[in-house]
Design a protein around this ligand. Structure first.
Ligand SMILES: C[C@H](OP(=O)(O)O)C(=O)O
Ligand SMILES: [Mg+2]
Length: 319
């Protein structure tokens, strides 16, 4: 099946049954698909339990680097996913750390972080020394004479992701590392998302806004390790032994999730399902469908399927 110009709307029992027949493996985005902040999207626990009861493999791929895999396990359990295991979640803090080795940065090395606890914890778990990030000494107002502003020459990489502690001390220091040694230290960005859907209908700044800030300031290009990176998908497919033609990506964002599934050649020609519980509204999709053919490859961001909420899966199936 190829990507149609208009996605197929999943509303009836036969549509849901077709998904079950067509796919063995389901990749789920988290923010806007499974939850909004700490609020579970109704029906998601039942939907995942149903898929697993039918022998389907389920993994979660999130561009949100604020939590480590261990912290995601706690969150999934807290929200009712009782049998959830660490191997089922791929946050970009983990992807960022997994990339270090290939960039020649070996465990034991010092890595500078502009980001939240997830990146710090994954670095430590990978055997790296994490600097910056959540260090509370950086919470103070900018002072050019502060000893912390001295660059540590042993730092071998910089990872930038979302942070709720975005202040001038942190960005000024991060800039020093990005410029250090003739801009030779690898610059990893955890994601490209501008925003993410928060609780109470709030649209909140996401990691991509922080990464882009640093990219512009340092006049450097970062390596994006998150969706829609095809290398990220290759790793997930290989680690789980998934058959791409029997794999579906479910997400709420066109330029990350849907592009990830389409560019990654999931499904038999296409394997992406957009839900409308997060950042994308029907009018955004309509706009995309009317873009000129040559506009930044609109097909790569066109989902094969669309569904109001994946949480409706079991209800639709039961009629
Ligand atoms: C939006 C994104 O999370 P995801 O939707 O990939 O779980 C993020 O928090 O930057
Ligand atoms: Mg999302």
């Amino acid at each position: 099946m190829t990507i149609s110009s208009s996605p197929i709307k999943i509303t009836a029992r036969e549509h849901v049954q077709a998904l079950l027949d067509q796919y063995d493996n389901f990749l789920f985005d988290c923010d806007g698909v499974v939850w909004l902040g700490e609020t579970l999207i109704p029906g998601m626990v039942e939907a995942i339990e149903y898929l697993e009861s039918k022998g389907k493999k389920v993994v979660f791929v999130t561009n949100n680097s604020s939590k480590s895999r261990d912290e995601y396990v706690e969150k999934f359990h807290r929200l009712g996913f009782k049998s959830f295991r660490k191997q089922q979640v791929y946050p970009t803090c983990y992807a960022a750390v997994s990339n270090l080795d290939q960039l020649g940065v070996q465990p034991g090395a010092k890595v500078w972080v502009l980001g939240d606890a997830g990146i710090m914890h994954e670095l430590k778990e990978g055997g790296y020394q994490a600097l910056g990030g959540t260090d509370t000494r950086l919470n103070q107002a900018f002072d050019p004479d502060h000893p912390l502003l001295e660059v540590d020459p042993e730092v071998q990489a910089v990872i930038v992701g979302s942070t709720k502690d975005f202040n001038y001390m942190r960005i000024a220091l991060t800039l020093q590392y990005l410029l250090h040694n003739n801009k030779s230290i690898p610059f990893i960005g955890a994601n490209i998302d501008r925003t993410y859907p928060g609780p109470h209908g709030l649209i909140l700044p996401a990691g991509g806004s922080v990464v882009s800030y640093m990219e512009y300031t340092a006049n450097r290009t970062f390596l994006n390790v998150g969706k829609p990176s095809t290398q990220f998908l290759d790793t997930i497919v290989a680690e789980n032994g998934f058959d791409r033609s029997r794999t579906l990506m479910v997400g709420d964002t066109l330029y990350t999730d849907i592009k990830f599934g389409n560019d990654g050649k999931l499904g038999a020609g296409a394997g992406s399902l957009l839900v409308l519980t997060g950042g994308t509204k029907p009018e955004d999709l309509a706009h995309l469908l009317h873009l000129p053919e040559d506009y930044e490859d609109p097909h790569s961001m066109t989902p094969l399927y669309v569904m109001d909420s994946f949480g409706a899966f079991v209800d639709i199936l039961k009629g």
